[in-house]
Ligand binder design. Sequence first.
Ligand SMILES: Cc1cc2nc3c(=O)[nH]c(=O)nc-3n(C[C@H](O)[C@H](O)[C@H](O)COP(=O)(O)OP(=O)(O)OC[C@H]3O[C@@H](n4cnc5c(N)ncnc54)[C@H](O)[C@@H]3O)c2cc1C
Length: 509
Amino acid sequence: MAQRSMIIVGAGVGGLAAGCYARMNGYDAHILEMGERLGGCCTSWRRGDYVFDGCLHNLGGTDFGSALNRMWRELGVVPQLRMGAFTEQVAVERDQGEPLILYADLDRLSARLKTLAPADADRIDRLIAGARFFAGFDMMGLALAGPAKRYAALLRMLPLALRWRSMTLGDLAKRFSHPFLRAAVPRLIYDWPEQSVLMLLYFLGRLSVGDLGWVEGGSAALSAAIGKRFAQLGGTIRYGARVRSIIVEGDRAVGVRLADGDEERADVIVSDADGRTTIFDMLGGRYASHKQRLFYSRPEDRVEMGVHLSFGVDAAFTSEPHAIVIPLDPPTEIDREVRDRLFVQIFNHDRSYAPPGKTVIKVLFGTSFNRWERLAADAAAYQAAKDRILGAVGAALERRFPGFLDAVEVADVATPITSLRFTGAGHGYEDSMSGVMSSLFLGRRRGRSLPGLADFYQVGQWAGVPGVPFVAADGRNLVKALCRKEGRPFVARWPSDAESPHPAFAALA
Ligand SMILES: Cc1cc2nc3c(=O)[nH]c(=O)nc-3n(C[C@H](O)[C@H](O)[C@H](O)COP(=O)(O)OP(=O)(O)OC[C@H]3O[C@@H](n4cnc5c(N)ncnc54)[C@H](O)[C@@H]3O)c2cc1C
């Protein structure tokens, strides 16, 4: 069979993974990336001697026995990058008294919770039992499974899903009698009270077996490793190549037109770019389904984790957990919201973010896209808003870590407008546990293909669900589906020394 060609719009993890598997399966794969670097949302940036990470807190597939770990191997992440497990997920602090530390060791966690709140022992036991179920249930790995395995897994999980189905962490907290547990439980997963209890159980279970850990070098290193694998497989990336439109002839996608007027053609066109831009700008909305029109007509204003404040600090923070929630007393107005706490990441688990003896500290919070969009229309107002936030958060961190402000060497604020500029997507993303579960168990997705348009596919978080492993699995699954359609076996292989580096590798390294 003659080699088929594939153009992929966007070098996010979804696009890169699609490219790698396309190359493994004989496609001539070429990525067009509007920016100057790969990774999309899964990125980091350098400020002085420090690396500020814009994405990964927990990575699915750091457990070496998990299905996702195999995929990371295929994509060249393992063994190139070291992976590590967290011994705890977060410590929720309070004004007085010991913090609540969410230990990865379930026995230790159970003992700690029961010492803190003996009257809540029954509820704690139920929670730990749910977590133990997930320790042996590689739910995220189902992203790579076929329908039979997925349905069997669904049956196995059904009793647990029915028990906790629509309960949020906020709801769960109300069931505890101990006042600090009631206050702390909603904060346990990224300080996000609307998260499902199932997500908490999943995290606890998987953390206990070393999954949902970290990868050395963080987000940019992970993306670069996949980019390197793509180049070694013979794939090519053209940077600074913003795709304006997809060329369609007779209801068949045949190529793309770039902002600079260039045209490139291929047998198959794949978009990893954000869904609204792809469907309504690049394709003029001609092939949008009713469901898609509805979904994209109501962009989420709320962006969870929309503001990133990163500090490069000349101090080691060795005795701190890698994530803490600190109370703000009195509550403080930051970014137009009165906040009574801050979610703080301390990058002390992986020393590649900062020079020896120094540390990156990051604060993340939810915000409004529309407000930042209005602010961005006035450069001075935008900068002033960022400075105000930096001042307020810096002062709060100084109270928690005396001497902090004097030790700060460099600081940086990223907003939803920063994301918009670098990835094309700035709005919030509906990220519900039910969405993740219906994608994993039932294979339901927002849409890979568009009705009436041949040879065009979407990949990544706008086609499925967000999450670095999910979008990578999506790239794999797309190529698998294409192979099935063409009646040939799907090939997924690990890097071997036999593969000589592609010339493009030198440019990427
Ligand atoms: C703050 C934050 C924290 C997160 N934390 C985690 C975490 O802890 N664990 C986890 O697993 N996931 C996490 N995620 C989610 C994860 O980062 C994303 O779901 C994933 O990286 C999305 O990848 P993607 O390839 O689908 O899309 P993107 O990363 O958005 O990539 C799209 C690419 O397309 C390019 N592009 C767009 N338009 C065009 C165009 N017109 N022409 C050419 N190129 C174009 C963009 O520049 C970009 O490179 C987090 C996300 C955020 C924002």
